[in-house]
Design a protein around this ligand. Sequence first.
Ligand SMILES: *[C@@H]1O[C@H](CO)[C@@H](O)[C@H](O)[C@H]1NC(C)=O
Ligand SMILES: *[C@@H]1O[C@H](CO)[C@@H](O)[C@H](O)[C@H]1NC(C)=O
Ligand SMILES: *[C@@H]1O[C@H](CO)[C@@H](O)[C@H](O)[C@H]1NC(C)=O
Length: 299
Amino acid sequence: MSFFLLFLFLPLSVLSSPVISLISLPFNSTHEFIPSSYIKYLESAGATTVRVPFTASDDEIRKFVDNSNGFFFQGGKPSLPASAVSAFNYVNEIQDNGVYYPMWGTCLGFQWLTQLIADDTSVLELGVFDSEDLLLPLRDVEDGSRMFRGAEGEEYMQVDMKRLFEGYNVTLNMHTDGINISTAERIEGYNILSVNEDRNGKAFVSAFEHETRPIYGAQFHPEKNGFEYGIDENGGPAEPASHSVQGVRASFELARFYVQEARKSGLRYDPESGIEMVFYSNDGIEPGSNHEETYLWKV
Ligand SMILES: *[C@@H]1O[C@H](CO)[C@@H](O)[C@H](O)[C@H]1NC(C)=O
Ligand SMILES: *[C@@H]1O[C@H](CO)[C@@H](O)[C@H](O)[C@H]1NC(C)=O
Ligand SMILES: *[C@@H]1O[C@H](CO)[C@@H](O)[C@H](O)[C@H]1NC(C)=O
């Protein structure tokens, strides 16, 4: 009886939260993965998540978009897959039809979205940036931007995002690929929101937003400040994420901003769709160091 009630009421409780789609990445030849830090990050701001297979077909992508309030591209290694191209194209189509549906990319996801907006994969410079494990304050933050104005809401909830991101080491970079400034300036509709330099002084775009569409990206990893505490084989931190008051607040403010964007698309999730939340649909959680927990799916 209680089991029955649980399943009866589950979809109703889920409907009040925005649902975010994330593409899982190849883990090995039998599994795909999403680090749980992205899931917790989105949950920290009031969203729930669904997992999209890396090799999802156009029809599957449409179903995920139609049943979610936003698409979130995680960090990782693979080059732009057909599923991400399909998601980007379909989301642009529904945006053209007046649906508010935001997209966010972190690290690799930021690079994919830049390539998609430019419609050119060669905008990404490969292997030239010395910026792995590099914790930085942002430089030249566009405080008039939507992202760094912060989440809409009551005034008492606002924080000075420019001061927070420029004043403290709160952005963790984990990349050797990146977008340089002269390339970025040539991409139509692509607004550079901040610039940083790697250890050799080579400049890269660290955040962007699309001029007219709700599309956002961060080259750094906001989710790690709040949700990655793994240790390496020597017992030290696996990565130099900032767990300071400022680091965690910076992370939360970006999560809150993106989830507020997703709330604007209203209710889209249909409990009859068969799409299940990440925490109910995975094939296991594996502990690790760079990712303290990883959700796995058999493929
Ligand atoms: C892939 O990783 C999972 C989780 O660690 C493991 O269970 C599985 O056996 C691995 N597959 C191969 C082919 O190594
Ligand atoms: C900027 O990146 C492009 C690739 O998109 C590359 O061709 C160009 O040489 C780079 N420019 C500088 C100044 O590094
Ligand atoms: C960031 O960290 C570096 C290296 O530890 C330090 O030199 C710099 O002053 C810090 N910047 C801020 C704004 O705290």
